[in-house]
Design a protein around this ligand. Structure first.
Ligand SMILES: [Zn+2]
Length: 315
């Protein structure tokens, strides 16, 4: 006989719940991500909802999850986003996002840190921005299905590009429109290929030289909130595990500079592993290294001034 709390759950939901990433012993495939996020919405409808942000070139969904209390109500809360794997061959961040989602949902109401984050922050997580590259055979690809590097495809401030989606890759357009529709104040996008937090600017027209923003102190602070809890990162190649982007190497059309310059959103780039597609046996170690960092970084959006923009006359 089924336990009473399972009554009414469909077989599909039970299977999806059983495959939730808590086991953490294999990388996710594209199909699992959509099913798992739907299972979460079904299991935790008061604090999360799955969103279909749009389609890739080959028609795959860019699935996101929104996690917050009073879901569906616009509250006086900062909006935050994690985006992973805009480079389809960089697998670690997708799994870290799936594990973070699971951690937030299963610890809400029990763990004070998680409960505070879900209550006070409007959290969005897009675990896989480039599903076509991720599913590319025989090997995953950095690029989208049209050969575009999505982290070189955003409006570039040093060129004075207009903040429009005209001529950009499908996946870039999806992320731009999602960002236009929300008021994100803090974000991180997740990669592999190094172990470091990279903060803006990636390009301020000075080539590969130090290129601080006017908010350099803030960026160093929030970057170190991430790296401090990640021991290999803090003690790695980069001092305190962080670097100014252009000081490392300059790029054109990067997403973090677009978020900062055009959208008023402080975004950093997280590089979580020297190896882009490591053996999945390392997943528990990656999660140990990144769990506290991911939570601490999110908490930094609770510092500073908050408030809904309302009509100054009637309010
Ligand atoms: Zn990358």
């Amino acid at each position: 006989m089924k336990p009473s709390y399972l009554t009414g759950m469909t077989t599909a939901l039970l299977l999806a719940l059983a495959s939730m990433p808590a086991a953490a012993d294999e990388w996710d495939d594209y199909d699992d991500i959509g099913l798992t996020l739907q299972a979460y919405e079904d299991a935790y409808p008061t604090i999360c909802e799955r969103h279909d942000l749009g389609l890739s070139v080959q028609g795959r969904h860019l699935w996101a999850i929104r996690i917050t209390d009073n879901i569906g109500v616009e509250e006086d809360e900062p909006e935050f986003k994690y985006i992973s794997t805009m480079h389809g061959d960089e697998v670690v961040g997708t799994k870290m996002c799936m594990l973070l989602i699971n951690y937030l949902l299963t610890n809400y109401g029990g763990d004070p840190q998680v409960t505070n984050l879900v209550d006070e922050v409007d959290i969005w997580i897009l675990p896989l921005m480039n599903p076509d590259g991720y599913e590319h055979t025989p090997y995953p690809s950095r690029y989208n299905a049209n050969g575009v590097d999505l982290n070189r495809d955003f409006p570039e401030g040093t060129h004075g590009d207009p903040n429009t989606t005209t001529g950009r890759a499908d996946e870039t357009i999806v992320v731009m429109n999602w960002s236009f529709a929300n008021s994100f104040t803090l974000a991180a996008n997740i990669h592999t290929g190094a172990v470091v937090v990279n903060y803006p600017f990636d390009n301020d027209g000075m080539g590969s030289n130090p290129s601080p923003t006017p908010d350099d102190d803030l960026f160093i602070y929030i970057s170190e909130e991430y790296s401090y809890y990640n021991e290999p990162m803090w003690n790695g190649t980069f001092y305190h595990g962080i670097t100014n982007g252009a000081d490392w190497y300059s790029i054109d059309g990067g997403m973090q500079d677009w978020s900062y310059r055009y959208m008023g959103c402080n975004e950093v780039t997280l590089e979580l592993s020297d190896i882009k597609w490591p053996n999945p046996s390392q997943i528990p170690d990656f999660w140990d290294d990144n769990r506290e960092s991911m939570l601490a970084y999110m908490e930094t959006c609770l510092i500073g001034v908050r408030g809904l923009v309302t009509d100054g006359v009637t309010d």
